[in-house]
Design a protein around this ligand. Structure first.
Ligand SMILES: NC(=O)c1ccc[n+]([C@@H]2O[C@H](COP(=O)([O-])OP(=O)(O)OC[C@H]3O[C@@H](n4cnc5c(N)ncnc54)[C@H](O)[C@@H]3O)[C@@H](O)[C@H]2O)c1
Length: 443
């Protein structure tokens, strides 16, 4: 008896009939593993070869551990396969695992998805029991709402959830059974719970999120992985060129679980600044260029930051406000360091475009800052002294719109709320100032 079977027997997972649509890498692994967890699974694929392989107890491709799972679960009659969608009539969940390959222009190809959902829709007329259509294929945010649901003709028996897959080929069975992440998104709590319950024997806590977040998270994860690999390779390449051991550098970097390998700095918010990050990135990329080493990822960090700052500035410039009260001047909270503060660039543009601005920062008193810090601000905004308020009261009384450019302590935040002034928050994770309508043709 496998350890998984023991886990499954000791769990409360019930037997659900799952139709897995598409028996490729994701679908076949999901089908075999869900059967191993005690569910009744029918794998459906238009490729007769893959279906025959499964029916004969064989994996349609090589993936460590898969063939044994297929063989045992077909023998135990928990797993079967078909080229026909008939089996879906009795299914509780249709797990859609068809391919979404790249089109020539890089766009995501949704032909297989449209086709298979269209085929599911055709079975709905004869249907008597509810069906949860769970999209496991990687699709762009909005696909479930804008493509899948309309194709299902708003049938009252059908709910749609997003349940992205995170497995890695080569360790796919292990990744399924020991998931790094489990995400189920949707607006129908019962449907979300049913899909999450399929995985309940596994050692993972399901993240239950909105439909669009579930779709986006897969892209966020893959982009993050790609950026991590490129980062390690660029730091490694520069280290090697400088006769420093790349492996030792990155291993030491990973020792820091507080700032480096942690959620720190992984929250959307305002642009970065300060006396270290921009300076050190410039020095690193300049040194690399002198060594004839191109480091596109590291070279793009400062331009990316400038773009992000400009989005914030553009949003503030568009505000229908006459008197803008900016909270925060230093590059972050709890410091009076003004060097390379993104707020200074924000103010320069606001003032340059003729906006009326006043500023309050709980830690900035012009008479108390000196040295390079003082020189920097007086060089950038020589009349800064006339724009600074000494108290939040002063600022809030004067302004008709608050721009939050620094994380506020709770008392200041409640002060701002009580003032009743409209607020544009540049530092909160919602990035509400960037949000806009999605063009209809985006999918
Ligand atoms: N391969 C991975 O490592 C991986 C990991 C995570 C997510 N994903 C995503 O999962 C999805 C599936 O990836 P894959 O690698 O398994 O794809 P795949 O191409 O290996 O498999 C897709 C299967 O769907 C079948 N199919 C297509 N249209 C069908 C239809 N109308 N009816 C029945 N079967 C149909 C195809 O015959 C094929 O067997 C993609 O969106 C992919 O981006 C893949």
């Amino acid at each position: 008896m496998t350890y998984l079977r023991r886990m499954q027997m000791s769990s409360s997972a019930g037997s659900v009939h799952v139709a897995v649509l598409g028996l490729g890498y994701v679908g076949c692994v999901s089908a075999a593993c869900l059967a191993e967890l005690g569910n009744r699974v029918t794998g459906i694929d238009r490729d007769q070869n893959k279906v025959s392989n499964v029916l004969n107890g064989m994996a349609p491709f090589f993936e460590p551990g898969l063939e044994q799972l297929v063989r045992e679960n077909v023998a135990a009659r928990r797993l079967t396969a078909s080229t026909s969608l008939d089996a879906i009539q009795d299914a509780d969940v249709a797990l859609v695992c068809v391919g979404t390959p790249s089109e020539k222009n890089g766009n995501l190809g949704l032909d297989q998805l449209r086709r298979v959902v269209h085929d599911v829709a055709a079975t709905l007329e004869a249907r008597r029991k509810p069906l949860v259509v769970a999209i496991r294929s990687t699709v762009f945010p909005g696909t479930c709402e804008e493509i899948v649901l309309p194709l299902l003709n708003g049938s009252g028996l059908v709910s749609v959830v997003s349940n992205p897959e995170f497995l890695r080929e080569g360790v796919a069975v292990k990744d399924f059974m020991e998931p790094s992440l489990l995400v189920v998104g949707g607006g129908d709590p019962e449907a979300v719970r049913l899909v999450a319950s399929l995985y309940s024997p596994l050692p993972v806590t399901a993240c239950l999120v909105s439909l669009r977040t579930a779709e986006m998270i897969k892209y966020a994860c893959n982009a993050f992985h790609a950026v991590k690999i490129s980062f390690a390779n660029e730091i490694g390449a520069l280290s090697a060129r400088l006769n420093v051991d790349p492996g030792e550098v990155m291993a030491t970097l990973c020792e820091d679980k507080k700032l480096n390998v942690s959620p720190t700095y992984l929250r959307p918010g305002f642009a970065f600044g300060g006396s270290c990050l921009p300076k050190d990135l410039r020095a690193l990329t300049y040194r690399a260029s002198r060594l004839d080493l191109r480091l596109p990822l590291l070279e793009s960090a400062l331009p990316s930051n400038v773009q992000h700052l400009q989005r914030a500035i553009d949003a503030v410039l568009e505000l229908p406000a006459r008197r803008l009260g900016v909270i925060g001047l230093a590059f972050k909270e709890n410091t009076d360091d003004l060097r390379e503060s993104p707020v200074v660039s924000l103010l320069e543009q606001l003032i340059g475009k003729g906006r009326q601005v006043r500023i309050y920062d709980p830690h900035i008193r012009l008479d108390a800052i000196y040295g390079s810090n003082r020189n920097f601000i007086l060089q950038q905004i020589p009349h800064i002294g006339r724009l600074l308020d000494n108290s939040a009261e002063q600022l809030l009384e004067w302004c008709d719109h608050v721009v939050v450019a620094q994380k506020m302590p709770p008392d200041l935040a409640s002060h701002v709320t009580r003032s009743g002034r409209p607020v544009t928050d540049l530092v909160g994770p919602a990035l509400a100032y960037v949000a806009g309508p999605v063009p209809a043709s985006v999918l």
